[in-house]
Design a binder for this molecule. Structure first.
Ligand SMILES: Cc1ncc(C[n+]2csc(CCOP(=O)(O)OP(=O)(O)O)c2C)c(N)n1
Ligand code: SF4
Length: 275
């Protein structure tokens, strides 16, 4: 790693405890590179997570960090942003943490368009608790709670957040690291709710159960199943089938960010409370 990036890590907390071949470290590395690329000030940047393997990332990162309760990262992050709108507030969450138990917080943060950057590490499973299916586990895939194959239709979480009102939506993968750094960087500079889904591999609790030989095969799957938005838009309906789209999927700069809207309420109240 570039020596300039070492300052972003808590050296005394390394080496990390993710399993060999886990994709979570790749995403944490991309996040740090994106932070460096856009020049966020370290002491003005807060990173918040819930609980899960992915949610361990802020523990390794040398910022003001908050490791909260399972599913509640966005609720805590909302409180921080409301109290100190000048801070850059980043949320690191898993598909279980963010789309299942924390799904309610996610949709309401989108609706408000509050200025958070949420990175959802999507490994299609609850990794930390040994492989229960999540709302992002594809139909037919196996989990401890679905030994014969999952029958719950999975969310396209990018469509969910679009419907809920997010104003920056992107998807990347652990395989396409350069693209991932770029889209996280764009999300970090967006003034509003930015959501980035990142496909990542859990070879231990998802891959082994779903016939992936090793982490490399999982990375190659990410490469093969995805197509960038620019290319996808030119494909025929037939060619689009089964493809997962990556890149910046949606961007709207016209909606007011929530803490800015709230600032106007404060101004009105200060002027004597006229409505
Ligand atoms: C209220 C509550 N319910 C359940 C748990 C147990 N729990 C801890 S981590 C986790 C799942 C994490 O999965 P995910 O967010 O997908 O992250 P991953 O470990 O896959 O990176 C669960 C269910 C908990 N800690 N607290
Ligand atoms: S259980 Fe899965 S997600 Fe958790 S550290 Fe191991 S490989 Fe990564």
């Amino acid at each position: 790693m570039n020596a300039n990036l070492l300052k972003y890590f808590r050296q005394d907390k390394l080496p990390h405890i993710w399993c060999p071949g886990c994709g979570h470290g790749i995403i944490m590395g991309a996040l740090v590179r994106a932070i460096d690329k856009v020049g966020l000030e370290q002491d003005k940047t807060v990173i918040v997570s819930g609980i899960g393997c992915s949610s361990r990332a802020p523990g390794y990162m040398n910022f003001d960090t908050l490791h909260t309760t399972h599913g509640r990262a966005i609720a805590f992050a909302t409180g921080i942003k409301m109290a100190k709108p000048e801070l850059n507030v980043i949320v690191v969450t898993g598909d279980g943490d963010g789309a299942a138990i924390g799904g309610n917080h996610l949709i309401h943060a989108c609706r408000r368009n509050i200025g958070l950057t949420v990175i959802m590490f999507n490994n299609n499973i609850y990794g930390m608790t040994s492989g229960q299916y999540s709302p992002l586990t594809p139909v037919g895939k196996k989990a401890t709670t679905a030994p014969y194959g999952n029958i719950d239709p999975e969310f396209d979480i990018c469509n969910v957040v679009k419907g809920a009102g997010a104003t920056f939506i992107a998807r990347g993968t652990a395989y396409h690291v350069k693209q991932l750094i770029d889209i996280i960087a764009r999300g970090l500079t967006h003034d509003g709710f930015a959501f980035i889904e990142t496909l990542t591999q859990c070879p231990i609790n998802y891959g082994r159960r779903n016939k992936f030989a090793d982490p490399v095969e999982m990375l190659m799957w990410q490469k093969e199943v995805t197509v960038s938005k620019e290319v996808y838009d030119k494909l025929s309906e037939e060619e689009k089938a089964g493809k997962i789209v990556t890149g910046i999927l949606y961007h709207d700069d016209t909606k007011i960010e929530y803490t800015k809207a709230y600032e106007k309420v404060i101004e009105l109240a200060r002027k004597g409370g006229q409505k």
